[in-house]
Design a protein around this ligand. Structure first.
Ligand SMILES: [Fe+2]
Length: 497
């Protein structure tokens, strides 16, 4: 049943003046990209009947993806990709059939702004006349980064806020999830929890942005859901951290000097994006914590790179391997709408090997990478152990100035030292949604990967399902949507019981 809201618009409309494409320096590598970021997307739930190819009948479960989907309200438009209100989409697969549901996360922020008919809260990259902060302290989270099943519930996460609980099937928003009252709305809580599936534990973190006592908070939740600890550690500066890694015994953070100028932020009117400063001269380090009790064990200097996303962490032969996507500088300035990724930026795939007894850096190795990549995903059967392959979205034109976007799906193989396989989207088509791995129940080591593809000029969106080890052969199935939805950020696969 379609449940489109009255206040939403189709992506096929012409851009309003505020979203008309502006000239980006360099060549335009992403024609019509602005059509991926209309004012808003509608909500709906319906079976996907336009399927080209074959959906494996044994593939049963739901692919969930979260991402920014509402970019304007009452004529006020966000200017940054991270600002859009979160929408979760659920692609349910069973018996060779598919059903899609997509709904906004009805957070307090969304409800208040919907009631007012205008933007009320300052966003990460956009401010409005008379806007406000949550309790005068923090951003009201748009809940737009990730989504995870957790102890029978479905939780949607945003940066710097508590997750929101959704109905796993209808995606109806139920309530803010306070972990049985242990956490509060202003508790620093990030959008990248890590799970130990074997032990049923969840870990997460949050940065307390403060001029006087900035801190990194590490949380451990037991299999039963109880908060085991909240460990607070002083940071040298109030810096942006987006992700972390988890191994059998350690939690690992890539702490780099992307520093919030708190005085500028508190002075009023400025957004976090306005106030973040990249200060590579201060140095980057891996911070290694004991999982058991949250103690900080080591700070290992590793140069001056920036990491948005880790690939994986694992321990082998008493050494800790920390695999990261690293860049020379942060990437948030590349998310200005509608001309994303205007600068030439390449990513490096680095492995830092640390001796956890002393914190010494034992080795730094690198896979070959000649593009910008993001949203790394692994076969979940790897757990916290070693792996060979991971999947990412890539931007082929990353070495060239001019706006661009994700247009490749790649598999990197550590045994081959670089990219082993790739799918290239047709011209004018863009990819979205973390390409999660869907294990094939009948074939150990094999599986599928899934992402979105938007044909921006024709206003057509599809989900693409690939044999995860045959990307170049093209999708096994293309599932066309009735109308495009937002290009997602992080995703997960929840197999049917
Ligand atoms: Fe992320």
């Amino acid at each position: 049943m379609s449940t489109a809201t009255s206040s939403t618009v189709s992506t096929t409309q012409s851009p309003t003046p505020s979203q008309a494409p502006t000239a980006a320096p360099g060549r335009d590598h992403a024609p019509a990209l602005e059509r991926a970021f209309p004012d808003a997307f509608g909500e709906a739930s319906y079976p996907l009947t336009e399927v080209t190819g074959t959906l494996p009948p044994a593939l049963r479960g739901t692919y969930y993806v979260n991402g920014p989907a509402r970019f304007a309200r009452g004529g006020q438009r966000y200017g940054h990709w991270l600002d859009g209100d979160g929408m979760v989409a659920a692609l349910a697969l069973a018996g060779g059939r598919a059903r899609l549901t997509h709904r906004y996360v009805r957070s307090h922020k969304l409800a208040a702004e919907e009631g007012a008919g205008r933007a009320l809260f300052r966003a990460f990259g956009t401010g409005f006349e008379g806007d406000r902060l949550l309790h005068g302290l923090a951003l009201a989270s748009p809940v737009n980064v990730s989504v995870h099943p957790y102890r029978g519930k479905l939780l949607a996460f945003g940066e710097q806020g508590l997750p929101w609980e959704l109905d796993p099937e209808t995606l109806e928003t139920r309530r803010e999830h306070t972990f049985d009252g242990r956490l509060k709305a202003v508790t620093p809580f990030a959008a990248h929890p890590n799970f130990d599936a074997a032990r049923g534990e969840m870990f997460n973190f949050g940065v307390s942005f403060s001029a006087a006592s900035p801190s990194l908070n590490l949380y451990r939740f037991a299999a039963g859901g109880a908060l085991v600890y909240r460990a607070r550690h002083r940071l040298p500066w109030p810096c942006s951290i987006h992700d972390f890694g988890l191994s059998e015994r350690f939690a690992v953070f890539h702490v780099s000097p992307y520093v919030m100028d708190m005085a500028a932020f508190r002075a009023g009117g400025a957004t976090p994006m306005d106030c973040l400063r990249w200060r590579p001269e201060l140095g980057t380090a891996l911070w290694v914590f004991a999982r058991e009790d949250g103690r900080l064990l080591h700070r290992t200097p590793i140069g001056e790179g920036y990491c948005l996303h880790m690939v994986h962490c694992h321990e082998a032969a008493d050494l800790l391997h920390v695999d990261v996507l690293e860049m020379e500088e942060p990437v948030y300035d590349q998310y200005a709408l509608p001309d994303l990724f205007p600068d030439a930026r390449l990513a490096a795939i680095r492995r830092y090997t640390v001796d956890p007894r002393h914190g010494d850096l034992v080795a730094r190795t690198e896979l070959e990478c000649r593009q910008m990549i993001d949203f790394p995903a692994l076969d979940p059967r790897s757990g916290l152990g070693p792996y060979d392959s991971f999947w990412v979205l890539g931007i082929g034109a990353a070495a060239s100035p001019g706006r661009k976007f994700f247009d490749r799906l790649l598999r990197y193989d550590r045994r081959q030292g670089g990219a082993a396989d790739r799918y290239q989207a047709p011209p004018g088509c863009y990819l979205g949604g973390e390409p999660v791995f869907l294990p094939d129940p009948g074939r150990p080591g094999r599986g599928y990967t899934l992402c979105q593809e938007l044909d921006a000029r024709r206003g057509i969106m599809r989900f693409l399902l690939f044999d995860a080890f045959e990307l170049a052969a093209g999708p096994l199935a293309r599932l066309e949507l009735r109308a495009p939805i937002h290009l997602g950020f992080h995703a997960c696969w929840h197999p049917a019981a």
